[in-house]
Ligand binder design. Structure first.
Ligand code: HEC
Ligand code: HEC
Length: 442
């Protein structure tokens, strides 16, 4: 992370606590300390922007294709608001770049229910009610490999990524920004008194990222908790017998054991409704997606936590192949699954868990030379020991899979209850924007 990004992150966090100090210093005429808030005079001196204003501006930026090099791609092109801010189609990876003909190698995640991720840590300790605590290993952060921690750092990545919105640098982004339909609103809202925010490239770019982050924190759109399952938890709806069976199989440690990673109950007493991930990192050895341009090179491997998109964990072979567990809320709205989009139906995904090690040929195919079934074809053999082999992967003692065909269907039916839009619930303030931001930005 560059020093300016660090500053920005710090700015958001310390805003609440430094607000009073900064006002006092400004009034007494003393020089402001270098604390990271110096970029954000409007927050300190003025009565704006409010969270609502920033979020409304963020929404406009989010759907604005004119901010991309192609002029045709916005955040919403990949994160479709109609698909829970996940991919708009069944493609494993979405096109990007100036001619919309470049591809990365990661499946687009839904942006819902990312409002409370923990920052990436190599050793996560969860305090148990009994007082003990275990090291749960690498946890948290954003993206499939957890390499960014905040929404504002994240937001600049696609804007500058040559495979995505493709601005060559901050200046190119600023040049596009000043020509947008909302440039005037941006200027009025975010300029320090007597100044023009657009004269300060660093501040303008920072505000773009902060506005996007504020938008991504808006409860109604990003964490509405309006699924059938939420209604069921609030005693406002009944699940069908099939959905109930699916729920039990999902939670049963000897059957699906899904909840051991995709947390389905509230472990954290502060959050009332589960978000179906513990943000932990696990290697599932999902099949190689041979259709990805990057995978045309047989030597290329996306190893997640140990690289290539992050480099700080390169020296840890035990992390190779590990990806961050995604939330399963709204997962039924997706049409491609896993970090490389290798599978295209929810049923296949659940069946993969049940039969990965019993029928590897079904998922990985055969060696073209020997005709023998192969396994784990997207992970070099040196890292196979990292692959999780507990339930549901571990077959029963009689050699049968832990989930039969009907049970796989039941779990799929349960996963379909996790899509928002079933009820008109409005989340309580506790489930909305993080406290520091609400306090700092008012
Ligand atoms: C070309 C498609 C594309 C575009 C355009 C795009 N994204 Fe993404 N987004 C992705 C992919 C792919 C990932 C996963 C990246 C990874 O794991 O390395 C992602 C990840 C994210 C994440 C992290 C999600 C998580 O699960 O932690 C956020 C937040 C995000 N994008 C926001 C945005 C914003 C804001 C914009 C516009 C400024 C945007 N994206 C534009 C494809 C896109
Ligand atoms: C040991 C932890 C673990 C267990 C147990 C587990 N998952 Fe996952 N799940 C993950 C991880 C990690 C990923 C992402 C893997 C990747 O893309 O490489 C994932 C991905 C998924 C996805 C794809 C989501 C998307 O956005 O593409 C679905 C669906 C899913 N899991 C459902 C289930 C179900 C159903 C069960 C139980 C039968 C289950 N998982 C058990 C860790 C786990």
């Amino acid at each position: 992370m560059s020093p300016s990004r660090l500053k920005l992150g710090a700015a958001l966090l310390v805003l609440a606590s430094t607000f009073a100090v900064a006002v006092a210093l400004a009034c007494s005429g003393e020089a402001m300390p270098e604390i990271g808030t110096e970029l954000y005079h409007p927050l300190v001196y003025g009565d704006h922007p409010t969270v609502e204003e920033l979020s409304a501006l963020g929404r406009k930026i989010f759907i604005d294709a004119s901010l991309s090099a192609s002029g045709k791609q916005s955040c919403a092109s990949c994160h479709d608001p109609k698909a829970a801010f996940g991919p708009p189609n069944a493609l494993a990876v979405q096109p990007g770049g100036p001619q919309l003909n470049r591809f990365g190698f990661r499946n687009t995640p839904s942006l819902t229910y990312l409002h409370s991720p923990v920052a990436f840590t190599e050793h996560f300790y969860e305090s148990e009610p009994t007082g003990g605590s275990d090291d749960e290993g690498p946890t948290g952060g954003r993206t499939w490999d957890g390499r960014v921690n905040t929404g504002h750092d994240q937001a600049l990545m696609p804007l500058l990524d040559p495979n995505e919105m493709g601005n060559v640098d901050h200046r190119a982004l600023l040049q596009r920004l000043v020509k947008t339909a909302y440039a005037e609103e941006f200027k009025t809202l975010l300029s320090p008194p007597g100044e023009n925010v657009f004269d300060d490239m660093k501040a303008s770019v920072a505000w773009v990222s902060i506005a996007l982050e504020a938008f991504e924190n808006s409860p109604r759109e990003f964490h509405a908790f309006t699924s059938k399952y939420d209604a069921y938890l609030r005693d406002e709806a009944e699940l069908s017998p099939r959905e109930l069976r699916g729920m039990d199989l999902f939670n049963d440690m000897k059957k699906g054991n899904c909840a051991s990673c995709h947390t389905s109950s509230h472990k954290n007493p502060a959050s009332h409704l589960p978000i179906f991930t513990d943000f932990g990192f696990v290697a599932l050895a999902v099949p190689r997606n041979t259709s990805l341009p990057a995978n045309q090179d047989p030597a290329f491997h996306d190893l997640g936590l140990c690289g290539p998109l992050r480099s700080d964990m390169k020296a840890h072979p035990e992390y190779c192949g590990l990806f961050r567990t995604p939330s399963l809320r709204n997962v039924a709205l997706k049409k491609s699954f896993f970090h490389n989009g290798a599978l295209h139906s929810l049923r296949d995904v659940v069946e993969f868990y049940a039969t990965r090690d019993l029928q590897p040929e079904k998922w990985y195919g055969h060696d073209p030379k020997t005709g023998k079934p192969i396994k784990y074809n997207d992970l070099p053999e040196a890292y196979w020991a990292n692959v999780n082999a507990d339930a549901p992967f571990k077959p029963l003692r009689n050699g049968k899979p832990r989930l039969n065909a009907a049970e796989v269907d039941d779990i799929v039916a349960f996963l379909r209850t996790l899509s928002d839009g079933y009820s008109a619930y409005v989340p309580p303030p506790a489930a909305s924007a993080p406290a520091a931001q609400t306090a700092g930005l008012r």
